[in-house]
Ligand binder design. Structure first.
Ligand SMILES: [Zn+2]
Length: 155
């Protein structure tokens, strides 16, 4: 799946960092979109093709510290990932391959505690492309998943 890396400082946009990020946060790095190094404006993100470990939640963001080599000043970029053409992302457990109503972990939790809480970090902002957050959503479950800030309750 193609993943977009957002938030990387201009000086840090290079193939080495694409490779480093791809191999640290994903099961396998398959390819780099080198053309994305020249994206500008609102398309200023990098694209990498990766394979996921479906047993783990998808990575959402991380801090990327670096030192400006000319000034010696330390920076820390907040990097976020967006997933292209991501259809089935569970807003409860953050894993790919099933949707909210079919989440085994959520159903377990509901069984034990009667109430399950949606995570704040897994929502439609992780999706880019055919299922982008700019398009309308028709089901109420997706609307629950979209809410950010306060925890949403699924009863
Ligand atoms: Zn799930």
């Amino acid at each position: 799946m193609w993943v977009q890396i957002h938030g990387l400082h201009q000086n840090q946009r290079n193939e080495q960092n694409m490779e480093a990020i791809g191999s640290s946060y994903f099961l396998e790095l398959l390819d780099l979109d080198r053309a994305s190094l020249y994206y500008a404006g609102y398309r200023r993100f990098l694209r990498i093709l990766v394979e996921f470990d479906l047993r783990e939640p998808v990575p959402t963001d991380f801090d990327f510290p670096f030192v400006d080599e000319t000034t010696g000043v330390e920076y820390c970029d907040e990097i976020t990932f967006k997933y292209e053409r991501l259809v089935e992302l569970c807003y409860f457990c953050g894993r790919i391959g099933h949707n909210l109503p079919n989440c085994r972990r959520m159903n377990e939790e509901k069984k034990n505690n009667e109430v399950a809480y949606l995570s704040e970090i897994y929502n439609s902002s992780l999706k880019e492309g055919i299922d982008s957050p700019h398009r309308h959503h028709s089901t109420s479950l997706q609307n629950i998943g979209e809410s950010r800030g306060a925890q949403s309750k699924i009863v």
